[in-house]
Design a protein around this ligand. Structure first.
Ligand code: CS2
Length: 493
């Protein structure tokens, strides 16, 4: 079967939406770093909408900072791919045409820097995951001991890290007399704009003081809240789509219908008419961010560990277990009390909607996918809220169960005894800590709490925190995840 590409567009079934604009006239106005499924199902769709509105400045050049996999999927397809939106039995297909090809950064780092320094490029978006910022998750300081950060600091002619590429490209723009581009972080980090700014400035300051001053004065790093559930594509998804399209699309992505993008109104240079494209522009992103990170992502992570430990492969499956569904509500009760809801957000309605989104069985969202990189996710999803509750004299039993479930997952074995790979940049470290701890639950918990990159000292010094997490850890070991959740909810009533 032939691949999806420009030529194949006219032969697609009539119910497949396709780019309504002349692709040949599209310019590249955006460079995206870390082109994974999330970008293709979220930001790229907004830029595609901009193109469809007749503003042809917003084609997206994608870049992979490591793997050549996405380039191999998209480049033979003229950058085209299908967005498959699934809800229950309903499935809508749309071919996205915003993609202007994918560069594999390590193959030719200078070419990517040059592309980012092009005068038509006004926006650099990034989804490089929490660990891609090269900042210590707890303190937020640039990881100077990271070998790739050190390499970038020594020589920026061939960058390796996301901050390194941004610094090198901004330096090139400054030399060429161009304005900086707006850097839009689209990762699930609190104050994501401030974080990437911090990483960029910390690096720039070390290599070129005047450049750092220029970025500080003229750069723009808006905060964002981004939301759409985008499970990893499986070979079955690709096969099923090929049967529908009559062409093979190896770059397809699947997502839920819901999508939301809130961006701080702070840009340097032109941008699409975001407001007309359904993007919310605001001066205060933080309340949106906190609500999303603590309610959606907090519950996602907790349910991922509890579910994966107890053999529930998919989120919707785990939420079919009454004890887990009730646990999520208890967790939300705790988290909700820490939030200042943004204007216009009805938290009760938001919670109902989230539960329905989690139960979307057509998505097949794997708990193990969400379990990945927990050390980078825990601080903003569960620990920050726990710290605020304790400071206000409130309990944290539900949050503690989520944290303890992460700790159990670090052992790399499920309740049924299945060995699993702990996919986390700190997996080696947590394995070491667990191996050297005495064979008692208290000792294991204490060993993991010594990870200062994850657990802030003020929490570790708080006996209420240590007690709640240890109790939850013991309960998980004694009863298993489902029963531990059931007992928790019963006691809370
Ligand atoms: C998930 C997120 O994998 C994860 O950690 O919690 O990717 C989640 O699906 C998105 O943030 C939803 O917007």
């Amino acid at each position: 079967m032939s691949r999806l590409n420009d030529q194949a567009l006219s032969d697609l079934p009539a119910d497949v939406a396709r780019p309504p604009y002349d692709r040949a006239g599209v310019r590249t106005g955006v460079v995206h770093l870390g082109i994974g499924a999330f970008h293709r199902a979220h930001q790229a769709v907004v830029f595609d909408d901009a193109l469809a509105s007749g503003d042809l400045r917003w084609g997206v050049l994608g870049a992979s900072l490591r793997s050549p996999a996405v380039a191999a999927q998209l480049n033979p397809q003229d950058g085209l791919y299908t967005l498959v939106v699934r809800d229950g039995v309903d499935e809508r297909l749309r071919v996205i045409g915003a993609g202007q090809g994918v560069m594999v950064a390590p193959d030719d780092p200078a070419a990517l820097v040059a592309a980012m320094a092009d005068q038509n490029v006004h926006i650099v978006t990034l989804t490089v995951t929490e660990k891609g910022y090269r900042l210590d998750p707890a303190s937020g300081a640039l990881q100077l001991d990271d070998p790739e950060v050190a390499a970038d600091l020594a020589d920026l002619s061939a960058p390796r890290t996301a901050p390194g590429f941004i610094v090198a490209a901004l330096a090139a723009r400054r030399s060429a007399g161009l304005a900086p581009f707006t850097v839009i972080s689209c990762d699930n980090l609190p104050h994501n704009g401030a974080r990437i700014r911090q990483a960029v400035l910390a690096m720039a300051r070390r290599v070129d003081g005047p450049l750092a001053d220029w970025i500080e004065a003229h750069g723009a790093f808006p905060q964002t809240m981004i939301d759409r559930i985008v499970p990893a594509t499986t070979p079955e998804d690709v096969a099923r789509l090929a049967a529908r399209l009559g062409a093979e699309d190896r770059g397809m992505v699947k997502a839920e219908p819901f999508t939301q993008w809130v961006i701080e109104n702070r840009f340097t240079g032109p941008c699409p008419d975001f407001a007309a494209l359904g993007v919310q522009l605001t001066d205060a992103v933080a309340p949106w961010e906190d609500a999303k990170l603590r309610l959606l992502n907090g519950a996602h992570s907790a349910i991922a560990y509890l579910g994966a430990l107890s053999g529930h492969d998919y989120v919707h499956e785990a939420l079919g277990v009454p004890a887990f569904a009730a646990f999520v509500e208890a967790l939300w009760d705790e988290a909700q009390a820490t939030l200042r809801p943004p204007p216009g957000l009805d938290i009760a309605a938001y919670r109902r909607q989230l539960m329905a989104r989690f139960r979307n069985a057509a998505l097949m969202h794997r708990t193990r996918q969400i379990a990945m990189d927990g050390s980078q996710k825990l601080p903003q999803r569960l620990l920050a809220g726990a710290g605020e509750r304790l400071a206000g004299g409130q309990g944290i039993t539900a949050m503690a169960l989520g944290i303890a479930a992460w700790m159990r997952w670090q052992s790399g074995v499920t309740e049924a005894g299945e060995l699993v790979v702990v996919d986390d940049p700190l997996a080696g470290r947590t394995a070491e800590l667990l191996a050297s701890a005495a064979d008692a639950d208290e000792a294991r918990v204490a060993a993991l709490l010594s990870l200062t990159a994850v657990f802030p000292p003020v929490l570790v010094a708080d006996a209420r925190f240590v007690g709640a997490v240890t109790d939850a850890y013991v309960s998980l070991g004694q009863h298993g995840a489902v029963e531990a959740a059931r007992r928790l909810v019963e006691t809370a009533r």
